[in-house]
Design a protein around this ligand. Structure first.
Ligand code: ACO
Length: 339
């Protein structure tokens, strides 16, 4: 069984890598002096997955690579503390955040931080995407990205999805379910929840080529419970139907009605999604974050993510416990999001 899940993951990852290879996007690795990041860089260059930009002091980066026998020839190293574009970037930062009172000097100073330099580099058109988080917290990675890259047109909320791969191939699309928002927005309102659903459909299509069937989850199915929290999900579903009528979506649905055919047909007769969902949109971060970890730990599902969505350019946050392979895979995913 475990072997079968591994094969499914490899199929999906290989499909993503193939796309990334064709795109040849410029991906910033902001933690350029971090050992796993350098090991991943060697593999990414060898597998020709993306053009890598490492941030940090070139002497430090090269000496760490040399001392560990890592070949990073082909990576472009940029030093946030001495880069020739600092003045240009600082002016851009002041322009973006003038309403927040950012001064030129504050901008210059904060550019020393690679987690600021990376997103500004992308905003200036000098890179296509960024990954960090192997040694930094989610908040520290996300904040500058939210401040300078901001959201895609028509989207006001950044969120994060997990691709969950189950041994039970009857679930979702051949054992693949996409869960959102497991990573960012603590308590979305109905409009934000609708945006999360729309963004998740796009991510699922772009990265895994799946045709979305979105279940908007609740503790109620089709009015079985009357509560403001269920109403939030009903209203979010309606907003998606207005904004993106082409999407196959239904809600509010309980988890069993979303996934189990007989229960879906019983509780939501005639629904095109009930019993067949491949995207699960949770009503808030608490249920989503706990939910993905429950199925990962108790059902043995493999989790790929979080993959951030809704940003005008892709930034992805690694877990601090990430492996070299996780970084390689996340670079490929980020490259495919940067279309
Ligand atoms: N989408 C779009 N913009 C956002 C979002 C969002 N979800 N959240 C904040 N912003 C914007 C704000 O509007 C603000 O913009 P402005 O400065 O131009 O006005 C800017 O980002 C900073 O916002 P703050 O509210 O000051 O930022 P904060 O420090 O609260 O951090 C963060 C935002 C980091 C995303 C926060 O919501 C957070 O910590 N979320 C939970 C992350 C987390 O811990 N996830 C679970 C772990 S991950 C895992 O287990 C997989």
């Amino acid at each position: 069984m475990i072997k079968r899940i591994r094969i499914q993951i490899m199929d999906l990852i290989n499909q993503i890598k193939e796309k990334a290879r064709k795109l040849q996007k410029r991906i910033v690795l902001a933690e350029g002096t971090e050992l796993r990041t350098l090991k991943a860089t060697e593999i990414i260059i060898r597998e020709n997955l993306a053009q890598i930009i490492l941030l940090g002091n070139p002497d430090t980066i090269n000496s760490i690579a040399l001392a560990n026998g890592i070949n990073i020839v082909g990576a472009d190293i940029k030093d946030p503390e001495s880069d020739v574009r600092r003045e240009h970037y600082a002016k851009l930062m002041v322009f973006i955040r003038k309403s927040k009172g950012l001064t030129y000097q504050q901008a210059i100073d904060s550019l020393n931080n690679p987690l600021v330099f990376g997103p500004v580099m992308i905003k200036a058109g000098d890179a296509d995407g960024e990954i960090a988080g192997a040694i930094n917290s989610t908040g520290d990675v996300l904040r500058p990205a939210l401040q300078y890259i901001k959201t895609s047109p028509g989207i006001s909320v950044v969120s994060g999805v997990f691709f969950m791969i189950f041994k039970n191939k009857a679930l979702g699309d051949n054992g693949l379910l996409v869960l959102a928002d497991c990573a960012v927005m603590p308590d979305p309102d109905e409009k934000q929840l609708a945006e999360i659903a729309i963004a998740t459909a796009k991510t699922a299509k772009t990265i895994a080529n799946i045709e979305p069937r979105i279940a908007m989850l609740s503790f109620s199915t089709k009015g079985s419970a009357q509560h403001p929290l269920a109403n939030k999900v009903i209203n979010a579903t309606r907003i998606v139907q207005e904004l993106a009528p082409e999407l196959c979506i239904d809600g509010e649905l309980q988890l069993d009605a979303a996934l189990v055919d007989e229960i879906g047909q019983l509780k939501a007769p005639g629904s095109k999604v009930a019993g067949k969902a491949n995207i699960l949109v949770f009503p808030g971060l608490e249920s989503a974050n706990i939910g993905y970890k429950l199925v990962q730990r108790l059902a043995g599902a493999e989790a790929i993510g979080p993959i951030l969505q809704g940003m005008a350019a892709p930034i992805n946050d690694l877990s601090r416990g990430c492996s070299v392979n996780d970084i390689v895979n996340m670079v490929a995913i980020t490259a495919t999001q940067a279309i």
